[in-house]
Design a protein around this ligand. Structure first.
Ligand SMILES: *[C@@H]1O[C@H](CO)[C@@H](O)[C@H](O)[C@H]1NC(C)=O
Ligand SMILES: *[C@@H]1O[C@H](CO)[C@@H](O)[C@H](O)[C@H]1NC(C)=O
Ligand SMILES: *[C@@H]1O[C@H](CO)[C@@H](O)[C@H](O)[C@H]1NC(C)=O
Ligand SMILES: *[C@@H]1O[C@H](CO)[C@@H](O)[C@H](O)[C@H]1NC(C)=O
Ligand SMILES: *[C@@H]1O[C@H](CO)[C@@H](O)[C@H](O)[C@H]1NC(C)=O
Ligand SMILES: *[C@@H]1O[C@H](CO)[C@@H](O)[C@H](O)[C@H]1NC(C)=O
Length: 495
């Protein structure tokens, strides 16, 4: 038993240090910080068989045929070591990608436009320290964290986890940088001298230009039991296939927390579902969290022809889950944008709803229009779900992170340094100190091996006239829908 264990560990060490893919998966993590529990019958044949298996596995690993995640089935206990690896593999094995990134990547340049001429000085970064939750430094491929204030729930942890996974995906490719991150909902507004603060966050509006970054939920939202996006997207794509569009309930569905500035929507519940063509449910957060949110399984929520997206205090994480169903999304035109929704257009990806005191009639009209034009409504639903599935898959989320960090770092006018109070951060220490569902989400969203391709190629920036045209098109299409609604209501009045 002891001998086998030693052989096991030897091969394991040898195989991962000998692997030119430089992969250092969660099993690599465990190797360093946890004690493997392997139960083996001490018979000679057993030992030989296991030896053979390990030998083959080691060859596969070292030659890069399979990634080392095959070992993640082994259970571990007792994470004790809390240190990061001394060096990371930075072998440059990836081939150039022939993919062009989705067009919403163009907004990276728009977010960084304020500093195009001036660059970003150390003072500009530091000045954001009043509102930032943390400062992150990347230096020679290592990550350092200086914490300022705790964030709501586990937002900061999973955002940092995501950045660490990005480094595992593209080891040695990320430039040195220093950045400030804010995990709150509401944008902080103007920086010093009226300029925008050089601050990363999840959403912004037109008055608070900041640098957009994917939110924590792409790696899992522990408090609501929402799984990491790589996993959930697959489940939702399957769930979406279960009921054909035409067989779905022909009303507009919404379920969520009404207490965050959504009272106007709840009025549209009406006396019955026919009054405004809606089915609206208030999520009981206390009860749902006791039940582990089993009753709000997102993969089961593509049962209606129409789904409503409406902001709470600010943007809502639910956006991508709603758009994934090929139901037509009734998109209450948001005040806030996130990193991807600026790439979508009314009547292509969603049906625009103006959130004014006409909200209920607008929802009713949209449903009626869709039920009269089922092919077009279906097509809009299809475009949004294709967009989410193809352009917002995890590969592109990582590529977006890569490019926004890369473009940002080009603007820095100072050499990044590790602040005195900062600690080094790595997947090993983060995963080891987590347990329960947090640990599970981290394992499930862990990048198992480096990408064999470079990130997609970022498209060139919008030229000002194309950008103007895009914005005009968006408002024209929204106006178009309003005109249809007015015409229809006038006809009804004259009848
Ligand atoms: C990796 O290779 C690419 C081209 O294949 C090159 O552009 C890049 O600079 C290299 N990166 C490092 C860190 O050597
Ligand atoms: C990119 O490469 C893949 C595989 O190497 C190939 O199948 C695909 O056609 C290429 N795409 C373009 C746009 O060249
Ligand atoms: C924030 O920056 C200011 C000015 O650079 C500095 O005086 C202050 O100590 C910083 N605060 C923190 C919490 O680091
Ligand atoms: C839907 O069709 C019905 C019957 O043809 C018509 O009365 C109604 O005005 C139409 N509604 C919309 C919004 O197209
Ligand atoms: C939806 O999109 C897919 C992929 O582009 C296409 O194959 C399918 O025919 C479309 N379905 C409808 C109903 O438009
Ligand atoms: C928007 O509508 C205006 C007025 O109807 C029209 O002149 C303009 O060309 C439209 N712009 C776009 C981009 O569709």
């Amino acid at each position: 038993m002891k001998v086998v264990n030693q052989i096991f560990l030897k091969i394991f060490w040898w195989s991962s240090s000998g692997s030119d893919s430089g992969s250092d998966s969660i099993s690599g993590t465990h190797r360093k910080c946890c004690r493997p529990v392997v139960k083996i019958a001490p018979t000679t044949t057993g030992v030989l068989l296991i030896f053979l298996f390990l030998f083959v596995a080691a060859i596969c690993l070292s030659s890069g045929w399979i990634d080392s995640s095959i070992f993640s089935g082994i259970s571990y206990s007792g994470c004790t070591v809390q240190t990061c690896p001394r060096d990371y593999a930075t072998t440059n094995i990836s081939r150039p990608s022939n993919l062009t990134c989705p067009s919403y990547f163009k907004w990276i340049y728009e977010d960084l436009k304020s500093w195009k001429e001036t660059g970003i000085t150390k003072e500009m970064v530091e000045s954001a320290n009043k509102s930032a939750n943390f400062k992150l430094v990347i230096l020679n491929g290592k990550v350092y964290l200086e914490k300022y204030r705790p964030s709501f729930e586990t937002r900061d942890k999973f955002t940092l986890w995501g950045i660490l996974q990005l480094l595992r995906l593209y080891p040695g490719k990320l430039p040195d940088l220093e950045l400030m991150f804010n995990c709150d909902d509401v944008p902080s507004g103007r920086g010093p001298n009226g300029g925008p603060p050089a601050l990363f966050r999840y959403c912004a509006d037109q008055w608070s230009q900041e640098i957009m970054f994917p939110d924590w939920s792409f790696w899992g939202w522990v408090e609501t039991n929402i799984k990491p996006w790589n996993q959930l997207l697959e489940e939702m794509v399957d769930g979406n296939k279960r009921i054909k569009w035409k067989d779905r309930v022909p009303f507009a569905y919404w379920k969520g927390n009404p207490d965050v500035n959504r009272k106007d929507l709840m009025v549209c519940r009406g006396s019955n579902e026919k009054e405004w063509n809606t089915l609206l449910y208030a999520q009981n957060w206390g009860k749902e969290s006791r039940w582990g949110f089993k009753h709000s399984n997102l993969a089961e929520q593509c049962k209606h022809r129409y789904k409503i997206y409406i902001e709470g205090w600010t943007w809502s994480v639910s956006e991508k889950y709603i758009l994934t169903c090929d139901s037509m999304t009734l998109f209450a035109m948001p005040r806030y944008y996130d990193f991807f929704n600026r790439g979508m257009l009314p009547l292509q990806h969603y049906w625009p709803i103006i959130r004014d005191n006409n909200l209920c009639p607008s929802l009713k009209f949209a449903v009626e229009w869709g039920n009269n034009h089922t092919d077009l409504a279906q097509q809009i639903g299809n475009t949004s779900s294709n967009f989410i599935r193809e352009e917002l898959k995890m590969d592109y989320v990582y590529d977006y992170m890569f490019h926004v960090l890369n473009e940002y770092s080009k603007l820095l006018r100072f050499k990044p340094t590790v602040p005195p109070g900062a600690v080094e951060l790595c997947s090993e220490t983060m995963a080891c100190s987590a347990n329960g569902i947090m640990r599970k989400f981290m394992e499930d969203s862990m990048v198992k091996s480096p990408s064999s391709y470079s990130p997609c190629n970022i498209p060139p920036p919008y030229d000002p006239s194309t950008l103007q045209e895009f914005i005009e098109k968006k408002s024209n299409l929204t106006r178009q829908v309003q005109m249809w609604q007015h015409e229809s209501q006038n006809i009804n009045k004259t009848q």
